[in-house]
Write a protein that binds this ligand. Structure first.
Ligand code: FAD
Length: 466
């Protein structure tokens, strides 16, 4: 498996004279040609064959041609001056960050889990604590090459022949084609991030402070964590050149616990970017990873979301997941990220505590930047939204219809003018689904880029799990 290393990555201006960029491009062209061949000769509908996935939705097993894209994980060039990185679509963010930091830059938005690929975050939806300023991952993408199911390659940009694809690709989840090369925005970094954790007992005051932090030009990163009805933390990060000390949450100490204990902290920029990966936010505790002995046995290198994803998949396939059912509990998996306009966030939170009751909850502010908007994940340009992330089973002794909790969330989010990401389970009836995700635009793109319907449709894939 090729792993991008900083010294192998050409910095574009130097590379132009030295020729390294040409070599990287030539190797990319060769991989493209092989992929085109795979798609042209496929005898069944294609399906992406990826080593790792962050999709929390089991899909029906149907006959398909597995399209191997694992070679598309190279960083082709970092252009510090232009503030861009050119990268292949299946490059995981862990590798991408390692490749850009030595050049003094990072991608403008880096999702928290290091196994998420840049193409996956573009085709799905990627968010991070810099999204209040730079938007969701797709807003940081300047152009991308998409390969269609029939093996044609098109380059989408905000203007020109494929502009509609540029805006319609985010949240299309591989149903229009696959992003194989991406030019994305980077931002300059400093060596450290100084963190401030402010504690709140009252939701309206907390959201007011969150909104204020998003207007503060000195803030580089803004997010929040809800630990209890009266225990909310606003975390604001700023790049700094020097740090009096640095904390390490990549092994024995646990990041989310530090938020409650500390008011101030310093992390290296790399550790800041990876802060949620080591313990999968707080979800690693469900796998016993907070026990010091278990952490030592697993080891620093394997304490990460990739390890937990593998364990969870095995757990779900095995009968162990049925233990709670045997104890008389009914359990419904509620793994969701939903965006709500910030004015409605206190209302959503109060409802959430009452109806769903999962804790902790992650809050990440974001806004759409481009005035055109993105029809499959539409929020009014400029308007501040708060992402609520919660990832736990709800276990109750009382009987509820199947998927009851997830459906309540879908209805509440719609009622408040919010938007739901589609990486996990969705249960919308079809007409309701298309009221939230622009059918007219999607159907037009589908007709143009996948006229034979070789790839599944968005509703079939994301709701019917085909
Ligand atoms: C527990 C959990 C927590 C999450 N937390 C975060 C978070 O903190 N921040 C965040 O930004 N996101 C988060 N996500 C969402 C995640 O960003 C999306 O699910 C994203 O699509 C995953 O990308 P991936 O590379 O892992 O793709 P995969 O999981 O492999 O695939 C996701 C979907 O995208 C399609 N796809 C993948 N690559 C491409 C491509 N190159 N071109 C076209 N289609 C493609 C696949 O066909 C598939 O339908 C979370 C998801 C989960 C399950």
């Amino acid at each position: 498996m090729a792993t991008a290393r900083a010294r192998d990555i050409p910095d574009r201006p130097g590379a132009a004279s030295g020729g390294t960029l040409d070599a990287a491009r030539a190797a990319h062209a060769q991989r493209r040609a092989q992929l085109v061949e795979q798609l042209r000769t496929a005898t069944a509908p294609p399906r992406l064959d990826k080593e790792i996935s962050n999709l929390f939705r089991e899909r029906e097993r149907v006959p398909a041609a597995r399209i191997d894209t694992s070679a598309f994980r190279h960083v082709l060039a970092v252009d510090r001056e232009a503030g861009t990185v050119e990268v292949e679509g299946m490059c995981p963010y862990g590798d991408l960050v390692d490749a850009t930091l030595p050049h003094g830059v990072m991608p403008a938005v880096v999702p928290e889990l290091m196994g998420i690929t840049i193409g996956g975050a573009l085709a799905g939806v990627g968010i991070e604590s810099s999204s209040f300023r730079h938007g969701l991952v797709h807003e940081t993408v300047l152009e991308f090459d998409m390969i269609t199911a029939s093996g044609e390659i098109v380059t989408a940009r905000p203007e020109g022949e494929h502009a509609e694809l540029y805006f319609g690709f985010p949240n299309s989840y591989g149903t229009l084609g696959y992003a194989i090369r991406i030019l994305a925005k980077t931002i300059p970094v400093k060596p450290y991030v100084r963190l401030e954790h402010r504690k709140f007992r009252d939701a309206p005051a907390y959201y007011e402070a969150l909104a204020e932090a998003c207007e503060d030009p000195s803030a580089d990163f803004v997010e929040g964590e809800i630990f209890a009805r009266d225990q909310m933390v606003l975390s604001v990060g700023r790049f700094v050149d020097q740090a009096p000390y640095t904390s390490d949450y990549t092994f024995e100490k646990i990041y989310y616990k530090s938020i409650l204990e500390r008011e101030e902290d310093y992390l290296t920029v790399r550790d800041y970017i990876r802060r949620w990966d080591t313990d999968w936010f707080w979800c690693s505790k469900n796998l016993g990873m907070e026990i010091p002995l278990v952490r030592r046995v697993i080891g620093r290198e394997r304490l990460n979301s990739l390890t937990y994803t593998r364990i969870m998949r095995w757990f779900n396939r095995s009968r162990l997941g049925k233990v709670y059912d045997l104890l008389g509990y009914r359990s419904e998996s509620v793994i969701q990220d939903v965006g709500v306009p910030i004015e409605r966030a206190p209302e959503f939170l109060a409802w959430f505590h009452e109806t769903i009751g999962i804790l902790p909850v992650w809050n990440c502010p974001f806004r759409a930047i481009h005035p055109h908007g993105f029809p499959l994940f539409s929020t009014p340009p400029g308007a501040l939204f708060v992402n609520f992330g919660f990832w736990q089973p709800v276990r109750r002794r009382e009987a509820k219809p199947d998927h009851w909790y997830n459906r309540q969330i879908e209805k509440k989010v719609a009622e408040l003018g919010g938007v739901k990401s589609l990486y996990s389970d969705s249960f919308y009836p079809e007409d309701e689904f298309w009221r939230h995700y622009d059918r007219r635009v999607y159907d037009g793109l589908k007709r143009r880029y996948d006229p034979e319907g070789r790839l599944r449709g968005l509703y079939e894939k994301c709701v019917l799990r085909r």
